[in-house]
Write a protein that binds this ligand. Structure first.
Ligand SMILES: [Zn+2]
Length: 383
């Protein structure tokens, strides 16, 4: 089987003969083997090419024992000559991401000695894992250095060195490779064993952006975007920044300051609301029958602040001998906190659950939960 993607990376239309077409073990699909293919299979962390064979969408491409299997929906006759088409938009996007990844990995390896120990490239995202930690400043420097390599428009060279030549070369490799090694070299930047399609020269990558960095297995996982993906990422973020700037009536480079100011204002508003809720609640508590007239204290309120409610219940348990309960929310959808200094709240929790189907928990001193019932149903438990 000829791997046309190794002969010319730009082949997108080709004719091939069907060697075999068999039903797949799972799913209502067929696996087609051709005498030659330009479809790059899922390999080395990279998703497979997409496109069409004989007018049918190629759903998956896998390589097993050097044989490439194309998954399609309908059977195709053996020996038939089929027209094939590889989706260049996705292929070129993958080439941009993968070559960008090599440049970044080469720079990180050269500067810090870290290895790329994980790579994932799909239409959704590109991630790369390093076995060492990188901080923000280092990442910024690496990103700039990688883009300088793009600007130099260096050739991306593919070679198949002999075993003897290979022994004299220094190159990155994720694993021990049996048989012929394919080297992808960017002069002065990186040499790496790799089976995937790459751009012809670094200028074709366009832009390399490190989008995020997170701790991962003692090292870091970088999410990157290259080429058009980086442009799309820039567009989305620019649109967001522009929308926020307009809404806040500030310039785009002032949105962080404006946001911090807004957050501060929001925080002090929240504090005022908490204070007002607590005051409102204490006024409501003063309308309850006095402890000399009632063992229990039961109040329905539209205050929803959990801290204020809890404080109020605590205050009541110091004054009333029975159960002290505050219900908030709406009829048939109440939440509550109930406490008592002398009674066992777990007993009340049982009653709530068995009589009213409440969901609640806590301890003998205090319980909280929710219940879907009427106000009268609740009051009946305290009579
Ligand atoms: Zn690679």
């Amino acid at each position: 089987m000829r791997k046309l993607y190794y002969e010319d990376i730009h082949i997108t239309h080709f004719k091939a003969t069907v060697i075999s077409c068999k039903p797949a073990e799972t799913g209502d699909v067929y696996r087609v083997v051709l005498d030659a293919t330009a479809f790059f299979p899922e390999e080395g962390g990279q998703s497979a090419d997409i496109g069409t064979i004989d007018g049918q969408d190629v759903l998956d491409v896998q390589i097993e024992n050097e044989r490439i299997y194309h998954t399609v929906k309908e059977a195709i006759a053996t020996s038939k000559t089929v027209e094939c088409h590889v989706d260049w938009t996705q292929r070129f996007d993958f080439m941009q991401q993968h070559s960008g990844e090599h440049i970044l990995s080469g720079i990180v390896h050269e500067r810090f000695g870290y290895n790329n120990v994980g790579f994932h490239l799909s239409t959704r995202e590109v991630t790369m894992d390093f076995d060492g930690v990188l901080d923000r400043t280092q990442l910024r420097d690496i990103e700039l250095a990688a883009n300088r390599v793009v600007w130099l428009n260096l050739p991306v060279e593919i070679s198949y060195p002999s075993g003897e030549e290979l022994a004299t070369l220094s190159y990155r490799s994720k694993m021990e490779i049996d048989g012929q090694v394919r080297l992808v070299s960017i002069p002065g930047v990186d040499v790496c064993a790799c089976c995937a399609p790459h751009v012809d020269s670094t200028g074709q990558i366009g832009l390399i952006k490190i989008v995020s960095c997170q701790s991962y297995k003692g090292g870091v996982r970088l999410t990157i975007a290259c080429g058009q993906r980086a442009l799309n990422d820039y567009r989305i973020k620019h649109d967001h920044a522009s929308t926020i700037a307009q809404a806040m009536s500030v310039k785009q480079d002032q949105i962080v300051d404006a946001f911090e100011k807004l957050r501060g204002e929001n925080q002090s508003l929240q504090e005022s609301i908490h204070l007002l809720q607590a005051k409102y609640l204490s006024m409501a508590l003063s309308t309850l029958p006095a402890p000399t007239q009632s063992r229990n204290a039961v109040l329905f309120t539209d205050i929803t602040d959990n801290v204020a409610i809890r404080n109020a219940v605590n205050e009541l348990t110091g004054r009333y001998a029975g159960y002290c309960a505050l219900f908030f929310g709406e009829e048939n959808n109440y939440r509550f906190i109930l406490g008592s200094s002398r009674e066992d709240c777990n007993e009340m929790a049982k009653k709530f659950r068995t009589s009213l189907g409440a969901k609640c928990g806590g301890n003998s001193l205090m319980i909280q939960g929710s219940v879907a019932c009427s106000k009268n149903d609740l009051l009946s438990l305290f009579s």
